[in-house]
Ligand binder design. Structure first.
Ligand SMILES: [Zn+2]
Ligand SMILES: [Zn+2]
Length: 142
């Protein structure tokens, strides 16, 4: 009898120091919970309203490092390259998460940040994606 265990989708945590970076999740919802609970990412729970307290409890790094995580496929989406539209599945970042990234002043020093001399300027000019296609077109032509 053939057991197709290897064909199940595995989800490896993309935090290199995390023990789940080598020990995969076999269920996406478990991975999502892990990212939300363990790494304190801003993955909204469907049907639950995120209040100020919840936002305050989120880790700053996933919010201010120039990416967001698609809540459908759980991949990191680079803001410079793709804006607020996931290039893997085409879903759009939740408005609330877009707003939080655009409107919250970035802390001057992020915890665990090493001084990387990359000449970082505050990146506040990502337009809120109103329609995914125009953002993608613009990104492609530049
Ligand atoms: Zn992890
Ligand atoms: Zn996606």
């Amino acid at each position: 009898m053939h057991l197709g265990a290897e064909h199940k989708t595995k989800h490896l945590c993309d935090y290199k120091k995390c023990e789940r970076h080598v020990r995969p999740f076999f269920r996406q919802d478990h991975f999502r919970d892990h990212l939300r609970i363990y790494h304190k990412e801003d993955l909204l729970r469907r049907g639950t309203k995120a209040d100020r307290e919840w936002w305050a409890s989120r880790a700053p790094r996933p919010i201010f490092k120039g990416w967001w995580r698609c809540s459908r496929c759980l991949v990191r989406v680079d803001l410079d390259a793709n804006g607020f539209v996931c290039d893997a599945c085409g879903s759009q970042c939740e408005k609330e998460r877009q707003r939080y990234r655009l409107e919250t002043p970035k802390p001057s020093v992020l915890p665990g940040e090493k001084g990387k001399g990359k000449g970082q300027s505050p990146r506040l000019h990502h337009p809120i994606a109103s329609s995914g296609s125009s953002v993608r077109k613009r990104a492609a032509s530049s």
